[in-house]
Design a protein around this ligand. Structure first.
Ligand code: PMP
Ligand code: GLU
Length: 405
């Protein structure tokens, strides 16, 4: 059986693989503490579910417009106006099968072979792979932990070449948990502004999961006139409304971009699941959901602070304080190349560290290698405080060279 050469370019998603490994161990009856999952542990708010059930009962079971129903696109346009101060018409919006698909279709619709795409590291695992599948070339800029993983305008300027076509920005970030303030985005924007051939892809999927009273800031709203024509804004319902399994993402951008994405998607997936369209309208317009979203946000903020404090109290682990999303991205550099766990195993990088952590003390974390940092691990705090304590106790035992507690 021939497998296409293009698949040699890409790796399987490590985030999904870790989740699958942890679930497989759980099925065998092993008490695994899972810090791998990049998804809320809450259920979807009830009235969003009801909207889909009602649509199913009402027979909304047929093809819909590729880019989404007029009602769903209007609800998204309205949300962008209210929440992001962005004025888009429904024709400037396309709904896709999750945030990942939105990004994939956007890049397939804009990149040509050899186009360079600047990606700040640490980055979400799928960016480089999507860029490569679209024929582009990822170019990385390292965000230093000492600057909360944020890149500087000078670093950005130095990475730009005549081949640069896109800059990807993800704030709040997966896996770094860091957030750029409006002034910081503005300073980066001032660099990109000088290069009209560069588009910006702003992945805003964690925009509602912000801590310490911060307010999100959309790249396209930085400078109304200049940026709306050059920005691809990607978002989804997955994280905000605990809807990862529903697979609903959307993109807003200039009309020619959305038309191109529509053309591609019409030959690919067509519309997303028909009876999910009314759920989009409900999620974005029913005010009861706002209370649910805020409840979840508060829980994530408390858990994040707790996990961060406990991780930093372990000798050999340092972690940047998360200001958004639901991840701690912790350095285990000082724990490499020394005996760990009851088996006194020596790990040379984060992959081995994560493997040993799972097999010896049954804690699932995602190695940072595919996020661009081979001496960091990502821990999701989208789980209960009790599980966080249990998992961190086990990590502490592993570091101390003790058997699991
Ligand atoms: N962007 C980032 C930064 C992510 O962490 C994820 C993973 N949830 C996605 C996009 C894709 O989201 P979705 O699950 O809706 O495909
Ligand atoms: N984005 C989430 C994560 O980073 C979900 C898994 C994925 O699609 O990568 O874990």
């Amino acid at each position: 059986m021939q497998i296409a050469d293009r698949l040699n370019l890409v790796a399987e998603s490590i985030t999904l693989a870790v989740q699958a490994q942890a679930n497989a161990l759980k099925k065998q009856g092993i008490d695994v503490v899972g810090f791998g999952a990049g998804e809320p542990d809450f259920d979807t708010p009830p009235c969003i579910k009801e909207a889909a059930i009602e649509a199913l009962r009402a027979g909304k079971t047929k093809y819909e417009p590729t880019a989404g129903t007029p009602e769903a696109r209007a609800a998204i346009a309205d949300k962008l106006r209210r929440y992001n101060s962005l004025e888009y018409s429904p024709e400037q919006i396309i709904v896709s099968v999750g945030g990942k698909h939105s990004l994939y279709v956007a890049m397939m619709a804009t990149l040509n072979p050899g186009d360079e795409v600047i990606i700040p590291a640490p980055y979400w695992v799928s960016y480089p792979e999507i860029v490569k599948l679209a024929g582009g070339v990822p170019v990385y800029i390292r965000g230093e932990p000492s600057r909360d993983f944020k890149i500087t305008p000078d670093q950005l300027a130095a990475a730009i070449t005549s081949k640069t076509r896109m800059f990807i920005i993800n704030s709040p970030s997966n896996p770094g948990g860091h957030t750029y303030h409006a002034q910081e985005l503005q300073a980066l924007a001032a660099v990109i502004e000088r290069h009209p051939q560069i588009m910006v892809c702003s992945d805003e999927i964690y925009e509602r999961l912000l801590f310490n009273g911060q307010r999100s800031c959309s790249w396209a709203a930085l400078n109304w006139d200049a940026w709306k024509d050059r920005t691809i804004t990607c978002n989804c319902l997955s994280k905000t409304y605990a809807m990862t399994g529903w697979r609903i993402g959307y993109t807003a951008g200039p009309k020619p971009l959305i038309a191109a994405m529509n053309k591609l998607q019409s030959q690919m997936t067509s519309n997303i699941t028909s009876f999910c369209m009314p759920a989009i309208v409900n999620a974005l317009t029913d005010s009861t959901n706002e209370r649910e979203v805020e409840k979840m946000r508060i829980a994530f903020e408390e858990r994040g602070e707790h996990m961060w404090r406990r991780l930093n109290a372990i000798e050999g682990i340092t972690c940047v304080r998360p200001t958004g999303a639901f991840y701690c991205f912790a350095s285990v550099r000082d724990l490499l190349n020394r005996p760990l766990g009851a088996a006194a195993t020596v790990c040379k990088d984060a992959v081995e560290f994560s493997r040993q952590l799972l097999s010896q003390v049954h804690v699932a974390v995602v190695p940072g290698n595919d996020f661009g940092f081979d001496d960091h691990v990502r821990l999701s705090f989208a789980t209960s405080k009790q599980q966080i304590d249990k998992g961190i106790d086990r990590i502490q035992a592993f570091v101390n060279g003790e058997a699991p507690r």
